[in-house]
Ligand binder design. Structure first.
Ligand SMILES: [Zn+2]
Length: 303
């Protein structure tokens, strides 16, 4: 008996090393949804932000420090999206694998063509998009860029699973390409139309589908609406016959309803995070599908 126990222990250690899956933490549910598709059962995945939480202002729970401490990989949006809450958590997690520039740190904004990048950084005015607009995953073409970045990074970290990651990537790309053609067709009748949004998080969606989503209830990203600013927006919406106000689940729907009441527009509940609104729990592609359909339904109405 004396000799069996160490042998068993060694075997257990060997088998756990052979089956070890990468422990991946994703900051937001959109990134997590793509990581899940690519990593499938080869990764352990934890998401920090809830789908109903503002990605700029995530409630930084102490449990996140433990999750980050145990992680092999951190996938973040980057471009300043998590600047208000992630750096302090990372400092406290003391995990060298997630250090900036380490193979375990995946900043999805790398490789994405960011829009609205200012000539100089200035957070003094309260603009939380001071490094450019970080909501690039609202464009399905960028979802492919991010999927590729995640797949390449996971291949380096776990070469024995590379074939799985690459196969999943090519399946995801094919599915996006197939769906994108249909989505473009659905929104084609509304090309050039103006929409109002609470927060400037739909810029890339607008670029992709040729919609102008540039009237915002917030005077600046992250600054709450003021009566004077809303008055101006209502005036512009009336003048331009804007019939749709889009609002993300973590923003103040009542404000959007007030604007809609004053303009004859319709409030449309949309999300960039799977599970953020009902019917989007199935992942990125289902969520995008619902967004396209809801906007088409709203834009066709007369006001
Ligand atoms: Zn934002």
């Amino acid at each position: 008996m004396k000799h069996i126990a160490p042998v068993l222990l060694t075997l257990q250690l060997l088998s756990s090393a052979a089956n070890a899956r990468l422990n991946v933490v994703a900051t937001t549910p959109d990134i997590a949804s793509i990581a899940r598709v690519i990593g499938d059962d080869k990764i352990e995945l934890t998401t920090l932000a809830k789908p109903t939480e503002d990605p700029h202002f995530v409630d930084a729970k102490p449990s996140f420090i433990v999750k980050l401490n145990h992680a092999d990989v951190l996938i973040e949006g980057g471009a300043g999206l998590e600047a208000g809450w992630l750096p302090a958590l990372l400092d406290q997690s003391r995990n060298e694998k997630l250090a900036s520039g380490a193979p375990g740190r995946i900043a999805c904004s790398q490789g994405v063509r960011l829009l609205e990048v200012p000539a100089s950084l200035d957070r003094a005015k309260g603009d939380i998009h001071s490094a450019g607009n970080p909501h690039y995953l609202a464009d399905p073409v960028n979802a492919k860029v991010v999927a590729q970045h995640i797949a390449e990074s996971l291949c380096l970290l776990d070469p024995k699973s590379a074939a799985t990651f690459q196969g999943n990537l090519s399946q995801f790309n094919t599915e996006i390409d197939n769906k994108l053609a249909g989505w473009k067709k659905t929104l084609a009748p509304f090309q050039g139309r103006e929409l109002a949004a609470y927060h400037n998080s739909w810029l890339y969606f607008g670029e992709c589908f040729e919609l102008k989503i540039d009237l915002f209830l917030e005077p600046k990203p992250g600054i709450p609406p003021t009566p004077a600013h809303l008055g101006q927006i209502i005036k512009k919406m009336k003048a331009m016959h804007v019939n749709t106000v889009i609002v993300d689940p973590y923003l103040n729907r009542k404000t959007a309803e007030t604007v809609a009441r004053n303009t004859g527009a319709t409030v449309v509940d949309v999300t960039q995070f799977p599970g953020g609104v009902k019917g989007t729990e199935g992942g990125y592609i289902q969520m995008m599908n619902q967004t396209v359909n809801l906007l088409a339904e709203s834009l066709i109405k007369k006001n």
